[in-house]
Ligand binder design. Structure first.
Ligand code: C5P
Length: 307
């Protein structure tokens, strides 16, 4: 069926429940092991058929040629060998360059949406291959949910739903150029781990969704204060409200903590915003529609067959 009306997609943010670095690769990237989880905070992506590929964004600073949503459309047009265009409208709600994967999620939404709009019928594996060429976090966002992410980010194994619900995310402002690369450059061999913590947490999630914050980990956390001035003061403010197990997400500087209830989360969010002037969000885990466990079993079968 040809699409003439716009396709509207929610592009969700993520948090990293764990993020370990196994080592540096010859291609300059690092091998990571991470459990990522999408949350209900999202951007809005609208795709309308057009002759050219264009972008209108409510944040004018993000309307440039290098916006990952535009990159995604160009890469897909090239990979699929089609002569099609799209007018992309992007409503930003996810804070930019904050460790929540906003730009990567927008790119994934564009790939998924254009696959429909341009009637390409590419399967998930093909789309993930194109996604990996756009950015290391983009393959995860092709599906979202709870997933074990490995390699430089291109190996994504869906997990069962993690049994977590309310979280408060605090996103300090930053304008650090090449932030992710900058954080990875801080990593020294003594930071390298073997992914045991992540795999243990993945095992617990597979076995019933149990995801205690004691297993949460971020390899970049020790460098946060050096790279993001004021980070530890904000963390301390968050902690003083009673939040436990506060953890940075991705390459930061966003940090999050599980809230024991919606009510406590509302209180934290309001205090952080009103009393301390911080950008804070009360969010919930977000999972794509459809059965997570079947995907988990399929992923397991695939993995077992190559081991
Ligand atoms: O893939 P992406 O463009 O998001 O990566 C930005 C930078 O972060 C890379 O150029 C690289 O320096 C670093 N990186 C890394 N290992 C990864 C992902 C990113 O070293 N797994």
């Amino acid at each position: 069926m040809a699409h003439n009306s716009p396709i509207e997609i929610e592009a969700h943010a993520k948090v990293n429940l764990t993020l370990e670095v196994l080592g540096k690769r010859d291609d300059g990237y690092h091998d990571i092991v991470s459990i990522m989880q999408t949350i209900d905070l999202h951007d809005s992506v609208s795709l309308t058929p057009s002759d050219d590929i264009t972008l209108a964004c409510d944040d004018p600073e993000l309307s440039g040629y290098d916006n990952l949503a535009l990159v995604a459309a160009r890469e897909l047009r090239e990979a699929a060998g089609v002569d099609r265009g799209v007018a992309i409208t992007l409503g930003k709600r996810i804070p930019v360059s904050a460790g929540l994967g906003g730009g990567s999620s927008d790119a994934a939404a564009v790939l998924n949406g254009l696959n429909r709009l341009w009637e390409l019928e590419l399967d998930l594996a093909e789309l993930e291959g194109i996604a990996a060429g756009i950015g290391s976090d983009v393959p995860f966002f092709m599906r979202g949910g709870t997933a074990l992410v490995q390699g430089r980010g291109e190996h994504v194994v869906p997990l069962a739903h993690a049994d977590i619900q309310w979280m408060v995310v605090v996103s300090p402002e930053t304008d650090l150029a090449e932030k992710t690369a900058r954080l990875f450059r801080e990593i020294v061999p003594s930071d390298h781990t073997r992914g045991v913590l992540t795999h243990k947490l993945a095992g617990r999630i597979r076995g019933g969704g149990d995801a205690p914050a004691q297993f949460f980990f971020n390899v970049f956390e020790p460098y946060a204060d050096k790279v993001f001035p004021g980070y530890s003061a904000i963390r301390e403010t968050f902690r003083s409200l009673g939040a436990m197990g506060i953890l940075m997400s991705g390459a930061g500087p966003s940090m999050f903590a599980l809230a024991p209830s919606r009510e406590v989360g509302v209180a934290w969010q309001l205090m952080l915003e009103m009393q301390h002037g911080l950008r804070a969000y009360l969010v919930q885990r977000w999972d794509p529609p459809g059965p997570a466990r079947r995907s988990t079993m399929r992923a397991r079968v695939n993995r077992d067959s190559v081991e």
